[in-house]
Unconditional design. Structure first.
Length: 243
């Protein structure tokens, strides 16, 4: 889930109930399986797998689950008929929403996504209606508990190719171009700096403040997308108070 604050959303995921965590585990496992099937089991030469494994680590997915997903990808079991697509639309308060989809039934998924948008005050849009508001970026989060020397960290990642560095209350958010992902991650790894999150994601150019009843509807919409097996990722330009 990607909104105005990556770290805020990571904390939201960490606090998710068991049902939602189960869904997250299933989705990440599916992503690992597809990544292995498409590019092999060596993450060194398979960026998609590297990102999926990083996501698994950030969400504390057990190693046994990861290994099963890899083995499934190496085998000839189900998964080859999955399609990837992106849906775009508008959420409560005029927010922009993008969805990464992995489905074996596009008609079912389209109906489900349209229903969720409509139910919570949004609408499914045409391709391209909101994607122009987002840019693909490499995004890293380092908790201050893991490394609290802001100046040293900033110098390290900027030299490695990052183009933005923001200090949140309890974490640092590092942003760069997608092709700088490996160099930034390697620089952090070489210094023994653990990341709470390391991914290539869609970052909005600007955010929209969601207030009043729209906050409730937005939260319900995000939960509904989280609960849908076919929705792998949700990107938005919403901004909500953590409360």
């Amino acid at each position: 889930m990607s909104g105005h604050s990556k770290w805020a959303n990571i904390k939201r995921k960490k606090g998710a109930n068991d049902a939602i965590r189960g869904k997250i585990t299933t989705k990440i496992g599916r992503e690992i399986t597809i990544a292995v099937r498409m590019g092999g089991s060596d993450p060194t030469g398979n960026m998609r797998l590297k990102l999926a494994l990083s996501k698994a680590k950030a969400n504390n997915i057990p190693k046994d689950n990861i290994n099963r997903a890899i083995q499934k990808g190496l085998g000839a079991s189900d998964g080859s008929n999955y399609e990837e697509m992106t849906y775009e639309g508008y959420g409560p308060g005029g927010t922009a929403i993008m969805l990464d989809i992995l489905t074996d039934n596009r008609n079912r998924t389209a109906a489900d996504v349209r229903h969720i948008f409509s139910k919570y005050g949004g609408s499914l849009g045409a391709n391209g209606c909101v994607s122009w508001m987002f840019n693909k970026k490499a995004v890293f989060v380092v908790e201050k508990e893991a490394f609290d020397d802001e100046d040293a960290l900033m110098e390290l990642v900027l030299e490695a190719g990052a183009d933005d560095f923001v200090a949140e209350d309890d974490a640092f958010e590092i942003t760069g171009e997608p092709d700088a992902f490996d160099d930034i991650l390697q620089a952090l790894t070489d210094k023994g700096i653990e990341t709470a999150s390391a991914e290539i994601t869609m970052v909005p150019d600007n955010t929209v403040k969601v207030e009043g009843e729209n906050v409730v509807n937005m939260q319900k919409m995000l939960d509904a997308f989280d609960d849908n097996d076919d929705v792998q990722e949700v990107y938005g330009n919403y901004e909500m108070d953590e409360e």
